[in-house]
Design a protein around this ligand. Sequence first.
Ligand code: ARG
Length: 601
Amino acid sequence: AVGVSLRTISTMENDKEIIGSQKQQIANLFEESLRAAFPDITDVQPLVAICNDPKHGDYQCNNAMSLWNKIKGKGTQFKGPQPVGKAIIENLPASEMIENCSIAGPGFVNIVLARQWIAKSLQKMLIDGIETWAPKLPVKRTVVDFSSPNIAKEMHVGHLRSTIIGDTLARMLEFSNVDVLRRNHVGDWGTQFGMLIEFLYEKFPNWEAGSAPAIGDLEVFYKASKQRFDNDAEFKERAQKAVVSLQGGDEKYRMAWAQICEISRKEFQKVYERLGVHLEEKGESFYNPYIPKALEMLNEKGLIEESEGARVIFIEGKKIPLIVVKRDGGFNYASTDLTALWYRLNEEKADWMIYVTDVGQREHFEMVFSAAKRAGWLPPNENDYPKASHVGFGLVLGEDGKRFRTRSTEVVKLVDLLDDAKKRCKAALEERGKTKDWTAEELEQTAEAVGYGAVKYADLKNNRLTNYTFNFDQMLSDKGNTAVYLLYAHARICSIIRKSGKDIEELKKSAAIDLAHPDERMLGLHLLQFAEIVEDACTNLSPHLVCEYLYNISEDFTKFYTNCQVVGSAEETSRLLLCEATAVVMRKCFHLLGITPVYKI
Ligand code: ARG
């Protein structure tokens, strides 16, 4: 169900009106009716939802009961919720959108949309572009904090999930005309840098005088320095001193730190390039200069207390307080996140801050957000803006049900994983035997699109909170709910249009869509639900809703294509346009999921 009042922003793009969701348009009609039929009741918003059972209608509006509860016993002329529902229908403004309404149960209004209106809307979208179907969201600027690996440490599968989920959320919000700040909150600060720098100096004395040292695999380097740290008291002491020097701004140590970060950054960048993801790095160190000021503000509000030598914030309902200054006087993960939140709100003027990490960090974010509420930085009600949301996700499991690892028991290297997916896809494509007349480049690009798409889709199709098992055979199968199946389905639709020999751009202007067959109407109706699905996926931060929708659309298409002849039929032009509308919607879904569509298979 959707409330009307939140979304009154009207947006224009290239002079073409953004229509928003169909559900919203229906809700607007019912809003008018409610105001006309019950002028005294101003606090009931139309609750419009997709009909549970398509036999009864396309949508339903469930307001009669709550209205009835407000007026009964107060001398009303109405005799129950059913007549209330009837009055709602009678007061609906005339609209070409609705074919008819009927009453069911305790005053539910079932709504059947007009076939001609569905057809007209599809046609308008084909001409004006699917951007006119962007949802209207009540936010202007969001920060999406995602990926965020740690310097010198492994970028593991958890970071892959964060990267994929965060990128999709950013894409969905960008499509909805929200200004998105894509932030990489890299872990580039902390005590580990002391031992890394000391180790660097030990192995490469005076490195800063010559050219940059070949640290090689930073992870191996990290492990070696850790070992030294754990087993050598003298080294440990030096490492601790190095932390103090670094934090004190010592030029030499700063340079070493920057050097180490740069090596990691190059590695991260390789993964982002493969995945087609871009983000802007504002790592933990970025917020350092702002921490004292942020903590001072919290202190002035009386939030910070002394506890066992540390400075902490107590949070209602939590046993352990949030430590903001450690016993040794240093700052930590929480001090940085509180400061980053302040910065995003006040310097960057974001009204929605979204954090994508594994569910293990839920508690941390709950505490940071609670502290921000206590400070008055965020409103007390979580549905009000500005708002902060933690987008948690589950683990990636291996076949053995344990955390996903390669045989060498090392955490899986992301780049290898993507290479592997691509290689397998290439082999599968060649095996199909249809690629003989393809150029090498075509084969390469298709293998990449399908391989990387498969990895992304296998992740995104699950409710993000559940753990999922990483299985190449499953995700690369061309049957079932996989990217491979969906990409092939899209390519097949494109080939139907190609083979018809018709100029689709010409048809968009000259031919009309008709949806006489029930399978045509069903497909058309579902295509029109695109905006509300994307809206739900944004509002609930749930990309799997888009995957579910994409899969359902392809099923609807199969049904239509099985039962309705396209090329050579009397309805050919209309049906080709319906094919085109399906391909356009599927393509936009792929785009939102960060998957590159293929046109030929
Ligand atoms: N670097 C952290 C990790 O690898 C994730 C950071 C998430 N973002 C944040 N603002 N805390 O677990």
